[in-house]
Design a protein around this ligand. Structure first.
Ligand code: C2E
Ligand code: CA
Ligand code: CA
Length: 788
């Protein structure tokens, strides 16, 4: 049998044990009782036998005395002798009645009765005097049992002597049902007298029992299921006579039966009590267990609000305490896990997960009333540079310092500052409109402008912040974050520091998206062209260098400026295919010009993305071999910021390019954040002053200062200087005065297709020859300027 609940199982086992114990006790006690009853009955029988024999003996004595008195009576003897019948009879009666004898008989010496107390009789029947006499003289008892007229008597016989015996006097008590009852009342047993018949059967002569209950089949000592029986043989004058004493076992056991019922009642009570007790015990065990189960379920569902109350001091109490400790442990660890999951380990600021959660929550809360709030996305400028030059530990400290300043700046706002990863941070400003958010952004930039010193090292970082507001810029978390990101890039590109999102940003990015698929086709369908812009030597006026600049002749848009698709190609990785195409075309062109006797070195622009690709030098080496072009005719221009993005990787690639014999120029010099120590370590041959300084240098003294000092710096380092963006004769003149080495710009020539460049070169040489002819010492391009 299987019970599901512990309570039922405990109750069942206890009740089962109790029942077994009670049943065993009942069986043992019952058998003891039965045995007791039987032995009791047997004892009673023994006592009864003694009593019975004593009664017989006493009666016998009584009879003997009375009979002796009769026999010795003188008048009686005379009456016997004289056969005076009436005297004899009255004497017999008188003496008999004195002891209540039932029968008094006078018999002759032959045993024939002469008279008895009932009257004078003449009968042929022989009275067993001789047997009686024998008994009287030899037996232990003076009396014997005899049957007269079918009735049983205890008899004694005494001779009447005159002086010789002349007759016998016999006296007896009747043994009948009454006598049996008297005996029964003395011994509290059933008493029966039986005589054996000539055919062996036993005949009941007197009894206290109804005929069917008498053990007359075979009167013998013994115990059957109803009676304990004792059969006593009596001294008899004729056929054997027994008295049967019977003790009813039912009666004997009756008092014990009451005991047994009491016992049974006690057993039943015990069982009932044990059931109740076991149920209570089981409940007292299972109820706290049920409470523990409930508690465990609660903990399982993450409810750690309340510990379980410990009421017991037993094992269950210990278990409850263990549960409480477990709950504490779980909640502590869960708290820690949540903390880890939502905190940026380095700065201790909330992390991206936390920021997303809170932003989502803010949106949900602000949505019903369309309440405004601001989100900022911030990215550090030049962080990678700091990380690489000063080491990661310093980079980490810088991030911590930035985090600290952000926290301090926003201390009075209930906003959330988070580090999204790397050098990217985000701020959530609840209840703030665009103006308020912009103000906070400016404060953050100010805070970061304060000089930062880490372990004694001054570190200069700036930041670009993009701003969006809910609900104006979107009601969806991902939209808001993406737009904040776009705004941030706008801020970075435009060097504004802060930019708020405007729809046109996104439009241009949609435009960029369609560009993507078109750009892929551009290379395949040969829509790209390579133009060449000459660099003029300011001291010799010779042209030995050209810069290759890519053009996209879009079937619908016309010429697309590289400024519009190169950054996009860099972002999407498509730049690789474009660069390869450019390098291949440029080197092929170089070989073609050499073939035609035009010795020109070609500069190729390489973007930051490619600079960190280790395959770049191999690609160029292979192309130079392919077109059999000497390496020193190939120049590579890399922007200053591309180098400073990841200076270590850049140096590695530049070293390998330089080892091949390829020349290197730093493009757009002055716009980025260059470290002179880096510049010194790089195998650079040329600096290109950014056109933004060159174009304004004749009007703006600051720009001229920058141009001048860059030229000095380059010369001090043994580098050549190129000025790009030369648009006027005045600029050209000033650059020559400042001893700039080379000039490039629309004033000299726009970037041109190869054939046009060849024509331009021809005109240029003619003009120079003229100049050397001494007529016009003017350095100028008289070329037709093709539109680009
Ligand atoms: P960059 O390397 O600084 O190239 C010089 C840019 O200045 C060219 O613009 C050129 O047309 C322009 N320029 C030349 N002289 C003057 C002048 O007197 N005044 C003004 N205002 N501009 C002048 P372009 O061809 O539109 O190229 C723009 C940028 O695109 C380049 O700047 C370069 O960074 C990138 N680029 C061009 N071709 C390639 C290429 O093949 N590969 C890669 N990676 N980038 C390229
Ligand atoms: Ca360039
Ligand atoms: Ca440039």
């Amino acid at each position: 049998m299987r019970f599901k609940s512990l309570r039922t199982r405990i109750a069942f086992v206890v009740v089962l044990l109790m029942l077994a114990a009670q049943a065993a006790a009942y069986v043992v006690i019952s058998s003891v009782i039965e045995r007791n009853a039987v032995s009791n009955a047997e004892q009673q029988l023994a006592v009864a036998e003694r009593v019975f024999r004593e009664v017989l003996r006493t009666n016998g004595e009584k009879l003997m005395q009375a009979a002796t008195v009769v026999a010795a009576d003188f008048g009686f003897r005379e009456a016997v002798a004289t056969h005076h019948e009436s005297t004899v009879v009255s004497a017999l009666r008188n003496h008999g009645s004195r002891i209540d004898a039932d029968i008094v008989i006078l018999a002759d010496l032959d045993g024939k009765p002469i008279a008895d107390s009932r009257g004078y009789v003449r009968t042929k029947e022989v009275f067993p005097f001789h047997a009686l006499m024998r008994t009287a003289t030899h037996g232990r008892e003076r009396s014997a049992i005899g049957v007269i007229d079918g009735r049983l008597y205890q008899l004694v016989a005494v001779p009447v002597k005159a002086p010789l015996p002349v007759a016998w006097v016999a006296m007896g008590f009747l043994i009948d049902d009454r006598m049996a009852r008297e005996m029964a009342s003395l011994t509290s047993l059933d008493v029966s007298f039986l005589e054996r018949q000539p055919d062996g059967r036993w005949l009941t002569l007197a009894s206290t029992l109804p005929a069917n209950r008498i053990a007359h089949a075979k009167p013998a000592d013994g115990v059957d299921d109803r009676y304990a029986t004792r059969a006593i043989s009596l001294t008899s004058t004729g056929a054997p006579v027994v008295v049967v004493l019977q003790r009813s076992l039912t009666a004997a056991i009756a008092p014990f039966h009451r005991l047994q019922s009491a016992l049974l009642a006690i057993t039943l009570c015990g069982v009932l009590l044990s059931i109740a007790g076991s149920i209570l015990t089981a409940r007292s065990v299972t109820r706290p267990i049920a409470a523990l189960i409930h508690f465990a379920r609660r903990v399982g569902s993450g409810d750690y609000a309340e510990p379980i109350a410990v009421k017991h001091e037993d094992e269950i109490g210990e278990l409850a305490q263990a549960f409480n400790r477990m709950q504490e442990g779980i909640s502590r660890r869960e708290h820690r896990i949540t903390e880890l999951a939502y905190t940026d380990r380095l700065t201790g600021l909330p992390n991206r997960a936390m920021f997303s959660d809170r932003l989502q929550q803010s949106i949900a809360e602000a949505l019903p009333q369309q309440r405004a709030f601001g989100v900022m996305m911030m990215d550090l400028d030049r962080f990678k540079y700091v990380n690489d030059t000063l080491g990661h530990p310093i980079g980490d400290l810088l991030l911590c310092e930035v985090a600290q300043r952000l926290r301090a700046t926003l201390a009075h706002h209930c906003g959330l500052v988070a580090r999204l990863g790397g050098d990217e941070f985000a701020v959530l400003l609840p209840d703030d409109d665009i103006v308020g958010t912009e103000r906070v952004a400016v404060r953050i930039l100010k805070a970061l402008e304060q000089p930062i010193s880490i372990e004694g090292q001054p570190v200069d970082v700036g930041a670009s912040i993009g701003i969006v507001t809910f609900p104006d810029n979107g009601a969806d978390m991902n939209v808001l974050l993406r737009r904040a990101d776009i705004a941030m890039y706008v801020a970075k590109r435009s060097n504004l520091g802060v930019a708020r999102y405007e729809e046109q940003h996104d439009n241009s990015s949609a435009e960029r998206l369609s560009l993507m698929s078109e750009l892929r086709r551009a290379v395949e369908q040969d829509q790209l062209l390579l133009f060449y812009q000459p660099k003029v030597d300011l001291s010799t006026h010779t042209v030995k260098y050209v810069e290759a600049l890519v053009r996209w002749n879009h079937p619908a848009r016309g010429y697309v400026s590289p400024d519009q698709f190169i950054p996009f190609a860099e972002q999407t990785g498509y730049i690789k295919a474009i660069s390869y195409w450019v390098a291949d075309r440029a080197i092929r062109q170089c070989a073609a010009w050499r073939e035609a006797g035009i010795e020109l070195a070609i500069s190729v622009n390489v973007s930051a993305r490619e600079l960190i690709q280790s395959s770049l030098p191999d690609t160029f080496a292979a192309l130079l071999r392919k077109y059999d072009v000497p390496a020193d005719l190939l120049w590579i221009e890399i922007t200053e910021s591309a180098i400073m993005d990841d200076p270590n990787r850049a140096i590695e690639t530049l070293d390998r390019l330089h080892a091949l014999g390829i020349r290197l120029a730093v493009d757009d010099f002055g716009t980025g954040y260059s470290s002179l120590s880096y510049l010194k370590r790089m195998p650079v041959d040329e600096l290109k002053i950014d056109k933004s300084f060159v174009m304004g240098m004749t009007e703006n003294r600051d720009d001229e200062m920058i141009v001048r000092s860059t030229i000095d710096l380059a010369h001090n380092m043994g580098l050549k200087v190129v000025a790009e963006g030369v648009e006027t004769q005045a600029t050209l003149k000033r650059l020559a005065d400042l001893r700039c080495d080379l000039a490039q710009g629309f004033h000299l020539s726009r970037p041109l297709p190869p054939e046009q460049l060849e024509a331009w070169l021809e005109r240029w040489h003619e003009a120079q020859d003229e100049r050397l002819g001494g007529r016009s010492p003017r350095l100028s391009a008289t070329s037709t300027l093709p539109s680009t």
